[in-house]
Design a binder for this molecule. Sequence first.
Ligand code: PGA
Length: 257
Amino acid sequence: MKESAPLRIPLIAGNWKMFKTAAEARETVGQLIQLTADIKNKNIDIMIAPPFTSLAAVAELIQDSGIDLGAQNLHWAKEGAFTGEISAAMLVDAGCKFVIVGHSERRQYFGETDDTVNRKLQAASLAGLIPVLCVGETETQRDEKKTFSVLDKQIENGLKELNFDAQHPLVVAYEPVWAIGTGKTATPDQVQEVHFYLRQRIEKIMGNVLAKATRILYGGSVKPDNVKELMVLPDVDGALVGGASLQAGSFSKIIHF
Ligand code: PGA
């Protein structure tokens, strides 16, 4: 483990987005359990976030496997007339430990804002789920040198008036929008620069202890052949993997970085 990260167990998370039926999910998870049996109980956390319709199937298979379940979204209300939505309690009931909040695809295509992200983080945390808060700039914002102001806004508004501690941990994922699904990974220098910056922002908002304990994942075209150079960076505590998490073989290689 990296010297600078004594409290942070690496987390390798797979975001399956809108891929796989329950039968397909079962097949992939079955293979993944076999391929990762050698690192069970080692100092690494593994999470899979399948579509809602596969949560039950995956939950059943991963019992005692060392793999945790995550969801890709939630609603902030406890319950109510919100057609098509899923509450935090429902995710807990389905076996989830994690939930991804504010993924750029949700911000881009489904009108998610820092305000809804903030409410979702609160609901997740109160229900005992570990939220994975996604932040990141677009290519234009980077070109216009707005990366850090965009991240400031997402972090400050997203975390507004929230309390996280050992009982209510938080994971942050830095996912530059221009690197998601494009095959263009941010360079190690770009990644470390942003992760270091994010940890400082988190420290300003929530204090040193929490900033040190918060895992900051990198996401955006993480593959078996680039995961290592990212994971050695002092402020990178894991990866949020889309495309390469869909096949057990490539996801297992990433987990074995
Ligand atoms: P990608 O997706 O690995 O396919 O780039 C990452 C993500 O969207 O979480």
